[in-house]
Design a binder for this molecule. Sequence first.
Ligand SMILES: *Cc1c(COP(=O)(O)O)cnc(C)c1O
Length: 416
Amino acid sequence: MNYIELDKKHTWHPYNSLPTKTKILPVKKTFGQTIVLEDDTELIDAMSSWWSAIHGYNNPKLVEALQKQANIMPHVMFGGLTHEPAALLCEKLAKLTGLPSVFLADSGSVSIEVALKTAILYQKAKGKNVDKFISLENAYHGDTLGCMGVCDPNNSMHSLYGNYLPNNIFTSIENIEKTIEKHHHEVAGIVLEPIVQGAGGMKIHKPDYLVKLRELCTKYDIIFIADEIATGFGHTGKMWACEHADVVPDIITIGKCLTGGMMTLAAMCTTKHISDTISNSEIGVLMHGPTFMGNPLACSVANASIDLLLESNWQEKVSNINKIFTQKLNTLEEVEIVKDIRTIGAIGVVELHDPNFAQFIQDECQKEGVWIRPFGKLIYSIVAYTITNEELNKICNAMINAIKKANIQFKNMEQK
Ligand SMILES: *Cc1c(COP(=O)(O)O)cnc(C)c1O
């Protein structure tokens, strides 16, 4: 039996049934910005491997870091022990974020869980028994139950889980201030994706709300958690999206691009004030410790990935990517099925009125040699910073042609 049949029989895929009801493509190998399928079809990756492979696939510097570390020490438990790759990484993240107390987690969702726990513990250490969070409409913070509790209820099927999910407070960006004024006495923190809300709707926001939010969180001593798992490492044109508003949150969560898309690793960074408050209180410790915490392979690749980014002229590359996305995608303005076009940094989004064209558009792009995975009405691309103009033009042209073809279908349907 070949592996594709085995996969159908045994393997759950993300957000899918078993066997899957959607098409799953078998991948043989990757290189640069290219995914090679088992039948040798080459697809340019418009998704940069779920927004994580900023240096492209199989980057030699990252592969070298992985191989080197594999020969020295692939893994050792982190409880009671430490090692150079982890310590170096925490120092790098402390410098990059301005938040010196770093917890290494094994996925973005886990880093959010740790952030929520840290906020509650901090409040408890200060004598406040508060356990609610404020979160935003269209928010996405991961798939574990604690994370789901701060995801937009409509996007993450909250209703299926009965009373298992915490009862948090959801609001819009317009009403953040009012919500904080009303609920500050019962919340431990507020969690949000700064500037760009990713998986919950690919929405782009002006920075002003973050300034006001910083003021209010300081005033009421509630923890400002910036989930930069998607926005971090330059995706919005700044290293962190919070820099668009010149604010420093109390906690930043980091994931996705941390290892340049090669290994699973995430981090929660916070202030010395927060780590001291918990550590010097009766609580004393942050009770969390994944088995594979601080995995040396992942930390080594993360160190190499950060060095590679900082040595590169990534700002210039991201601004060039943005120029091409903006010029190209804006040509869709007059197309009837298109509702909105928006770009920031290395992110290009076309929102349609209708979610029913997603599979058609994905298939059409694939025919043109481009891997894209729309969600519903959102046809979008987030690319590696190593992408060439030629590759990026190919992605944009495939998106444009597919959307225009969908539009012809739409007009034909209307006539009938
Ligand atoms: C992807 C993502 C997460 C979850 O990270 P995982 O590594 O998939 O657990 C959380 N928050 C945001 C904003 C994300 O984009």
